[in-house]
Design a binder for this molecule. Structure first.
Ligand code: GRG
Length: 321
């Protein structure tokens, strides 16, 4: 992971160390079981690479919070949550790639899940991962985390994935692209393009990134003002991550991206780039990087805790895949 931020912080080294732990934990939660094809299909999508950006974000906010009342180290405390997030993310990619949605053949440089296992199993592998993510979060979070905290996390993860989060954002996206009807009495009719785009990005991509930024700190029992600031940081990062994705669809190539570029334009998708152009998208990203870093400075975290969070924001914006 190459950093594009202005800080001297070495994100590659930081991310590599944590990514190894994340892979190990994911493997332990996804031991092959019965029915075998289902587990194979679930493992195929979760253990097939990926930047682990959301898991890193969760661990980074846990590590940023100093709380002497908490016994375990932040990574140990937040790892099950970080893995649950990656499972939800993987399931959303499986469903997003299905013929009834984006109809993609390539993901992370490999054939998409339904291309390998067929549509029915891909759909069920996604469903299985969503359920397993919740089970892991609830059962594998260390037992001295308060039950109320775990309940809060489970509720917020469900919210991030549900109608007010990823599912809602995907439906809005499908309506905007003409893949679904807006239905009778549509509320989208008078909505301007910017609010529609912001709503889609905030829900479809932003909700899980916001949860990732909030959840690590919540597990460390951070104060409410700090949690509010991390939600703000997560919101900025979430929209920026999707704008960068829109840009990469226009400027990226298949080798680096590991998926087919140019699909947004071909499918008539409403994106930041189709509405504001490449320069408009770059300008929005520059503003968001500044705003996100301002929010981080307000948290009162020590410099060494701000550095990874700032670098992750920079990475989300300047990444090449
Ligand atoms: C969540 C219940 C539930 C259903 C899924 C299909 C769907 C509903 C939502 C779509 C969500 C989606 C695929 C958003 C796009 C997010 C995005 C920019 C993904 C790419 O993330 P990266 O770059 O991917 O982090 P890697 O491969 O690195 O993990």
């Amino acid at each position: 992971m190459a950093s594009g931020t202005v800080t001297a912080f070495d994100l590659s080294e930081y991310a590599a160390a944590r990514r190894a732990l994340i892979e190990q934990a994911l493997e332990s939660y996804l031991k092959e079981s019965s029915p075998r094809p289902l587990w194979e299909s679930m493992r195929y999508s979760v253990l097939s690479g990926g930047k682990r950006f959301r898991a890193l974000l969760c661990l980074a906010t846990a590590e940023a919070v100093e709380n002497s009342d908490v016994r375990q180290g932040p990574i140990e405390r937040a790892m099950s949550c970080a893995c649950a997030i990656e499972m939800v993310h993987a399931m959303s990619l499986i469903h997003d790639d299905l013929p009834c949605m984006d109809n993609d053949d390539l993901r992370r440089g490999k054939p998409t899940n339904h291309r390998v296992y067929g549509e029915a199993l891909a759909l069920l592998a996604g469903d299985g991962l969503l359920a397993l993510a919740n089970e892991i979060l609830i059962r594998k979070t260390p037992s001295d985390v308060a039950a109320a905290t775990i309940l809060d996390l489970a509720a917020e993860l469900s919210r991030a994935t549900g109608p007010d989060g990823m599912v809602g954002g995907q439906v809005e996206d499908c309506i905007a692209t003409g893949l679904m009807s807006a239905g009778k009495g549509s509320t989208n009719a008078g909505e301007d393009k910017l609010s529609l785009l912001e709503s889609i990005h905030k829900k479809k991509t932003g909700a899980l990134l916001r949860f990732s930024a909030w959840s690590g700190a919540r597990l460390m029992e951070a104060s409410q003002p700090v949690l509010n600031m991390l939600v703000r940081y997560g919101d900025i990062l979430g929209i920026a991550f999707q704008i960068a994705d829109d840009l990469l669809d226009t400027t990226g190539n298949i080798q680096t991206l590991g998926k087919t570029p140019g699909k947004d334009l071909a499918s008539g998708k409403v994106t930041w780039v189709t509405v504001y152009g490449v320069e408009g998208a770059r300008k929005a990203l520059a503003d968001m990087e500044e705003e996100g870093n301002d929010v981080l400075r307000q948290t009162g975290f020590r410099e060494t805790a701000i550095a990874p969070l700032s670098a992750l924001l920079g990475y989300a914006i300047h990444r090449s895949n």
